[in-house]
Design a protein around this ligand. Structure first.
Ligand code: GLA
Length: 389
């Protein structure tokens, strides 16, 4: 599948530009085991890069002309890098323009290029195809024009592009996972300091299965930014009452419960979720280290309950998918993954039982919503990289 993606993208480049691309890059999507909506709330997250990629074939130009082809959409965007770059109504180009704008500011960078990209990361499924595009292009420019950026800087540039050109005030998890992914490792990332450690992603008898609701997250941008505002307000109130609290990380469940009235119902629920989710990530890491997979599954179920009822970022279809597996013996835990309002559920499932489970849930899902379920048995893979034949 990876080979096919590379081959198709390369052939398309050759057809359009009558030359072989000088460089090929692969930038992966990501999963997240646990730690949802806490990357912008002083938490830890536990993501990993997966074997679904954005493939970028690219060659530098001698002038400042840029031509980018989104192969899957059959769309072309051309511009001059000397022009002022501003957000465009064509969404996909914003991920790249946002990156270029920063490089222009930071590195006085004005080299043009021709590029074709294509993706096996499904779009709008919560697997961070956008971070894969941002980081893939930032990585490509860094390599191609020798800009001297670190991996951390590449991830941060990707995140800022999302803030400034896409309009989603996202955390750092997706970009970090895409760039820092390692084969068969999950990354425990401290989102305050960006310190990280790799943990073995060995789930022994179990595997990770994604069920894609096929519901695109249309409320994601507004819903996401609203949640950020709510928790910011919440933290400000908590800090007023407990001066020792600097971030959500040193805030306890008891404190939040004590302030229930002052916070008001909605903000209380949001903050309570955050504090409990930060703890769950620590517990999940211990569970993985001790091969306590039932505990891990239980924590995932608790996360889902919180995302659905307290943080309120799930939707009917995802709740259905998570509920439907609760009584399946072969499933230890399940939850909504990513920003929410659609996308995928992540399931910890007994190896060998996946196909039967997919068949059963697909039928139930089809008869309830009339939507075809998609499923992905993902492998944990390495982060953004240059591909060499
Ligand atoms: C999106 C954002 C991430 C993170 C998740 C929720 O994927 O891009 O920064 O906040 O939602 O955990």
């Amino acid at each position: 599948m990876k080979k096919k993606l590379i081959q198709n993208t390369t052939e398309h480049f050759e057809k359009l530009f009558h030359n072989q691309p000088e460089y090929i890059f692969l930038s992966p999507g990501r999963i997240n085991i646990i730690g949802e909506h806490v990357d912008y709330n002083d938490g830890y997250v536990l993501p990993a890069a997966i074997n679904k990629y954005v493939c970028i074939t690219i060659s530098p130009n001698k002038n400042s002309n840029c031509k980018i082809v989104a192969k899957d959409l059959n769309e072309v965007f051309e511009f001059d890098l000397k022009d002022t770059l501003v957000p465009n109504s064509i969404m996909w180009i914003n991920y790249i323009l946002g990156v270029l704008q920063q490089l222009k500011e930071q590195k006085q960078f004005a080299n043009g290029f021709n590029a074709v990209f294509s993706s096996s990361v499904p779009i709008g499924s919560g697997l961070s195809s956008s971070a894969a595009v941002e980081c893939g292009f930032a990585y490509a420019f860094n390599k191609m024009f020798d800009l001297g950026l670190t991996k951390e800087e590449i991830a941060l540039i990707g995140q800022k592009s999302e803030h400034t050109f896409v309009g989603v005030n996202c955390g750092i998890m997706d970009q970090f996972a895409s760039v820092f992914g390692k084969k068969n490792k999950v990354i425990k990332l401290d989102c305050n300091t960006l310190e990280y450690e790799y943990h073995k992603a060995d789930f022994k008898k179990y595997s990770l299965l994604l069920l894609d609701s096929n519901v695109k997250h249309t409320h994601l941008t507004s819903g996401y930014n609203d949640r950020r505002n709510e928790v910011e307000q919440g933290l400000a109130i908590i800090k007023q009452h407990f001066t020792e609290v600097k971030t959500f990380r040193n805030c306890t469940s008891t404190m939040v419960l004590e302030l229930k009235e002052q916070l008001g119902e909605t903000i209380f629920k949001r903050c309570h979720f955050v504090v409990k989710e930060i703890q769950r990530v620590q517990d999940a890491v211990n569970a993985i280290e001790n091969s306590a997979f039932r505990t891990l599954g239980q924590l995932m179920n608790e996360t889902h309950h919180g995302l659905s009822q307290e943080y309120e970022v799930s939707c009917e279809e995802i709740d259905f998918l998570v509920d439907a597996v609760q009584y399946e013996k072969s499933v230890l835990g399940a939850r909504m993954m990513g920003g929410g309002f659609g996308g995928c559920s992540i399931n910890l499932v007994e190896k060998g039982s996946e196909n039967e489970l997919i068949k059963k849930i697909s039928e139930q899902y089809r008869s309830k919503f009339g939507i075809e379920l998609k499923s992905y048995k993902v492998k944990i893979s390495k982060g953004t990289t240059e591909y060499k034949n």
